[in-house]
Design a protein around this ligand. Structure first.
Ligand SMILES: [Zn+2]
Ligand SMILES: [Zn+2]
Length: 375
């Protein structure tokens, strides 16, 4: 008897999620079938819903942040990307992006996140040959050659955070790491921003300032290591926020590093203004195109001698590093997942994260919504 699984299929920009039933294929050599436990709803899924990522083809099964249990192994899949033996029944976290290994970026410049032919779970059209390649589904067909994955014993509602948190690690790495005793500002207090707060503090920052909201997120920012929080719903004037940040730094000079995780264009000139001279700006919030920002290149970049880094996604090593940190559970990462919903409520999750200002079912404040396709 073939296994039948349900998936939520988005039919187009601002379209509908249809629950469809699929016959789960037999995994070929080198492949496996994953029984999804959790798939995180990302800001990027929201932007894809509204058509802000022009490479997307529909219909699509979204969901690139997912973990689950190996249901059925294809021939030759014997170990994870760390060389640990795997068997059916093991929990694994999947690295969504799969670089080709052959293009200029894979082979020569060695920047696999820039691969020209990348395939990524949760971003491919739900049409042959890519069927069942997104996490908003009871089963995912792990089908791309060279897919990286890691076995973990972590609870699935924490394991599902590996991919979003790995973006922060990539950002810090590109900026040359967090300097001991430095002041780091994080703009945005979604899951990635909160992860940046936690990791900046653990990397030796003396002061971490989180600029974001609403209240529940700022409380969690403090729990994860923020020394100062600035509520953008209370302090509405960016000039006032710039002044507040500067006052929190030695000599009023500004921050040593600013990490932009909000994805709002206007936050970029604001964040560049938080910097001291010759400091680092890390941009990882704008994974999709939500418009332009007004920057004065003289004042924001040259005069300040700013060091600006753009960060696209994350690579296998960032996923592995993230797992190494969160598996220790030294901080309450589990509090980042605030709601768990079934496949039939993905549309509600999208609305909560866009039109409803991170509120779901009345007053519940959303940080990360996880989809459990079995409820
Ligand atoms: Zn994501
Ligand atoms: Zn490539």
């Amino acid at each position: 008897m073939p296994i039948i699984g349900k998936a939520a299929v988005l039919d187009g920009v601002e379209g509908n999620f249809h629950i469809k039933e699929y016959e789960v294929p037999e995994p070929k050599a080198g492949e496996f079938i994953l029984r999804t436990e959790y798939a995180g709803v990302c800001g990027t899924d929201v932007h894809i819903y509204y058509g802000h990522l022009n490479t997307i083809e529909y219909p699509i099964i979204l969901g690139h942040e997912f973990c689950g249990i190996i249901e059925k192994l294809g021939q030759g899949v014997v170990e994870d990307s760390n060389g640990r033996p795997v068997k059916e029944g093991d929990r694994v976290v999947i690295v969504p992006g799969v670089p080709c290994g052959n293009c200029y970026y894979c082979k020569i410049s060695k920047t696999p996140t820039r691969c020209a032919n990348v395939k990524a779970y949760g971003f491919m059209p739900d049409q042959a040959p890519h069927l069942l390649s997104g996490g908003f589904s009871q089963y995912v067909h792990i089908q791309y050659r060279g897919t990286s994955f890691f076995k973990t014993d972590m609870e699935p509602h924490i394991a599902v955070l590996t991919e979003p948190l790995s973006i922060c690690i990539h950002g810090f790495q590109r900026a040359g790491g967090v300097r001991f005793g430095s002041t780091v500002v994080v703009q945005g207090t979604g899951a990635i921003g909160l992860g940046a707060v936690a990791f900046a503090k653990r990397s030796g920052a003396a002061k971490v300032i989180a600029v974001g909201g609403p209240k529940r997120r700022l409380e969690l920012a403090r729990e994860l290591g923020a020394d100062v929080t600035i509520d953008i719903e209370e302090i509405r004037d960016p000039k006032e926020r710039i002044q507040l940040v500067k006052e929190e730094t030695k000599g009023g000079r500004g921050a040593d590093m600013v990490v932009e995780c909000s994805g709002f264009p206007a936050s970029v000139p604001e964040g560049l203004s938080y910097l001291r001279d010759s400091a680092s700006y890390v941009e990882l919030g704008h994974f999709t195109d939500v418009g332009t920002a007004n920057i004065n290149p003289h004042w924001h970049i040259l005069r300040n001698n700013a060091d600006i880094h753009g960060v696209w996604g994350s690579d296998v090593e960032h996923m592995e590093m993230t797992l190494n940190i969160i598996e220790k559970m030294e901080l309450p990462y589990d509090k980042l997942v605030t709601q768990t919903l079934g496949l039939n409520r993905i549309g509600d999750a999208i609305t909560a994260m866009s039109k409803k200002g991170y509120r779901l079912d009345g007053e519940d404040q959303v940080i990360k919504i996880a989809i459990n396709p079995w409820i």
